[in-house]
Design a binder for this molecule. Structure first.
Ligand SMILES: NC(=O)c1ccc[n+]([C@@H]2O[C@H](COP(=O)([O-])OP(=O)(O)OC[C@H]3O[C@@H](n4cnc5c(N)ncnc54)[C@H](O)[C@@H]3O)[C@@H](O)[C@H]2O)c1
Length: 271
C-alpha cells in the first residue's frame, strides 16, 4: 500500500506532482492553477473556455458532454498525482446542465481517471455551502447514485432537483458532498484520497448568479458576513488537500466560508 503522508522537508508542497485542474479559466479554478504552479506542480488545465494562464497544458473539453469527457480521459497522461474538480455552473443555468456539469460529468471524469492516477493521488471536489443540507436529501442522493447523462432529464422531472430557486445547484452540491464521504476509503489500497472543499459565497463571475437566484437568502448571508470570499481564500486549501501534508484527511468536506457554516450550526443547535 502507498501512503501519501510523509514528513514535510520544507520544499514546495506540490513539487514533482502533475495536477489536473478543471474550470481553470476563471475564478477559483484559475487561482487554484496559479497556486498549484507556484507550489511546484505541473498543471494540466481543463476548461471549455480557452486560456493559457497558469497552465502548462490546456485540454479544451465540455464537461457536460460524455463523449468529450471520454476523449479528455484518453488524452490525459498516465501518472496524474491530483485532480481539482473545480468546474461548475451556477443556479442560473438550466437544471439539466447544472446536474450534468456539477455532478454527473464530475463523477464520470473522476471515475474514468482512476486507472490513470498515480498511487497516492489526491482528488478534491469543489462543493459548496449550498451542499450543507445533504443529510436531509439522502433518498434523492441515493436515487442519483447511478445517474448517467441520458437519465438527467428524467431525474430533474421526477425529483425536486428540477425545482425553482436553484434546487438543481443545491442538489448537485449536496450529492457531491455525500459522494465524497462515501468514497473515503474506495481506493485506499492505492493511497488515493478524495476530499471536498465547501466555499461560502466567493467573489467570482458567478456570484451575481447566486444572488439573482437566491434573492433574500443570499442577501441575508451577505448581511451577516464581513465580506464575500475571494478565490485566494479557497485555492490554498485545495492545494493543501492535493499535497502529501493532508494524507490522513479522507472523505472530508472542509468548509472555507468565513465562518458561515459554523454560524448556521450554532443557530441550529442553540449555541
Ligand atoms: N463563487 C462562489 O460563490 C462559489 C461558492 C461555492 C462553490 N463554488 C463552486 O466553485 C466552483 C468554481 O466556481 P467559480 O466561482 O470559480 O466560477 P467561475 O464561473 O468563475 O468558473 C467556473 C469555470 O468552470 C468552467 N466550466 C463551466 N462549465 C463547464 C463545462 N461544461 N465544461 C468545462 N468547463 C466548464 C467555466 O468555463 C469557468 O472557467 C464551482 O464548482 C462552483 O459551484 C463557487
Amino acid at each position: 500500500m502507498t501512503t501519501a503522508t510523509s514528513a514535510w522537508n520544507g520544499g514546495p508542497l506540490l513539487a514533482g506532482k502533475t495536477i489536473v485542474v478543471t474550470g481553470c479559466a476563471s475564478g477559483i479554478g484559475l487561482e487554484t492553477a496559479r497556486v498549484a504552479k507556484l507550489m511546484g506542480a505541473t498543471v494540466l488545465g481543463v476548461d471549455r473556455t480557452m486560456t493559457t494562464a497558469h497552465v502548462d497544458e490546456l485540454y479544451r473539453a465540455d464537461l457536460a458532454d460524455p463523449r468529450m469527457i471520454q476523449a479528455l480521459i484518453a488524452a490525459l497522461p498516465d501518472g496524474v498525482n491530483g485532480i481539482a474538480n473545480v468546474a461548475g455552473l451556477p443556479p442560473t443555468a438550466t437544471p439539466e446542465l447544472v446536474l450534468k456539469v456539477n455532478l454527473v460529468g464530475l463523477k464520470a471524469f473522476t471515475l474514468g481517471m482512476i486507472p490513470k492516477l498515480a498511487d497516492g493521488a489526491a482528488i478534491v471536489n469543489l462543493a459548496s455551502l449550498a451542499g450543507f443540507g445533504w443529510a436531509a436529501q439522502v433518498p434523492a442522493i441515493q436515487a442519483s447514485a447511478e445517474l448517467d447523462f441520458d437519465g438527467v432529464a428524467d431525474f430533474v422531472r421526477t425529483h425536486d432537483a428540477g425545482a425553482e430557486g436553484g434546487r438543481s445547484y443545491f442538489f448537485s452540491k449536496e450529492a457531491l458532498v455525500a459522494w465524497t464521504l462515501q468514497n473515503r476509503w474506495t481506493w485506499r489500497e492505492r493511497g488515493i484520497r478524495m476530499n471536498a472543499v465547501s466555499p461560502g459565497p466567493v467573489d467570482t463571475p458567478i456570484l451575481a448568479d447566486f444572488i439573482e437566484t437566491l434573492g433574500a437568502r443570499a442577501e441575508e448571508d451577505m448581511r451577516v458576513m464581513d465580506r464575500p470570499g475571494r478565490p485566494a481564500d479557497i485555492a490554498p486549501v485545495v492545494a493543501f488537500l492535493l499535497s502529501d501534508l493532508s494524507g490522513w484527511i479522507r472523505g472530508s468536506n472542509i468548509p472555507v466560508d468565513g465562518g458561515m457554516s459554523s454560524h448556521i450550526l450554532s443557530n441550529l443547535h442553540g449555541l
